[in-house]
Ligand binder design. Sequence first.
Ligand code: SAM
Length: 371
Amino acid sequence: MNTDADFEIFIVTAPGLESVLCAEVQAKGFREPTPVKGGVTVKGGWPEVWRANLELRGATRVLARIAAFRAFHLAQLDKRARRVAWADILRADVPVRVEASCKGSRIYHAGAAAQRIERAIREELGAPVSAEAEVVIKARIDDDLCTISVDTSGDSLHKRNHKEAVNKAPMRETLASLFLRQCGYEGTEPVVDPMCGSGTFVIEAAEIAAGLHPGRSRRFAFEQLATFDEAAWQGLRATGGGPRPAIHFYGSDRDAGAIGMSRANAERAGIADLTEFRQHAVSDLAAPEGPPGLVIVNPPYGARIGDKKQLYPLYHALGQTLLAGFAGWRVGVVTNDDSLAKATGLPFAPSPLSVSNGGLRVSLYTTAPLP
Ligand SMILES: C[S@@+](CC[C@H](N)C(=O)[O-])C[C@H]1O[C@@H](n2cnc3c(N)ncnc32)[C@H](O)[C@@H]1O
């Protein structure tokens, strides 16, 4: 592989969010963004890989496609895997492991395929293979075509490394940011979450408004690759954060522990000055002074916490509070049940956005500005 040349970069997201992620990828200036099943592809080199990991709020992980070849049987896989220019990508002193998957191919044993590629790397490059390795090569054998990628992210990108405290059912930061985007949030209006839990929506919204990079405080697997350029990376990292916005971001929850967590998480994220967290029930919620903006909330779900029937009054109270006091505000409600969404009495647009979130289907219901 010529490391100066462009290659395909595959940016993974939760199924259902491909087009929303694609809009973010496009807005952040990546080349040739194309939504595909489970993610978005772009063209670029290593600097774009680093930037995708650093800047994209909706990405779960970033894979760099480094090789592709046909392999009809294991001996052929072995031979062709040895010809990959591993030394251009991997370091001989950094442990590596291979994950393989096979679909519709003559090679059907994923474990045997992974073992062949691991052996090729060990013998051709000299890198140690370890089940605990941070650097992961992903081999997908689809229709006898073996595509080899390196996972450049490491830990899932929803781990921004600011949140130590989490409540019962926290929303992933990646999902929260794409829901904010789907609600038309661009960082220029106030945001209210009246059941904020650990504060995910409020903190994501404040970070977006402050122009902070989501990956500014964490490490990435690409730092362990032969292609890594520390000076260029530090230059890129330094680009985030503009002037502090005048708007504020508000979270409330009836649970005192949740409010404590939200405040601690906002502090760690460096946006505590932009956020206000208060302990009270949703029925005591009032709109903050100033221009209207977005209310976004994920109330308790039927399947996860408590019984669905007991939740109707809570959803009803949420809707009534917003209809009575939030004229001009748009609303986004994330839930797993159509009847719970309906119980709010809010005028939702048809066709909510449906997403698979850790095995659970959740949907985002949105309104226009309330009358
Ligand atoms: C699914 S969790 C929200 C998770 C949150 N989005 C996060 O990322 O951590 C629902 C939250 O609603 C809160 N809640 C339940 N009933 C409430 C009520 N009547 N008023 C205010 N908050 C309530 C719970 O304490 C819980 O924190």
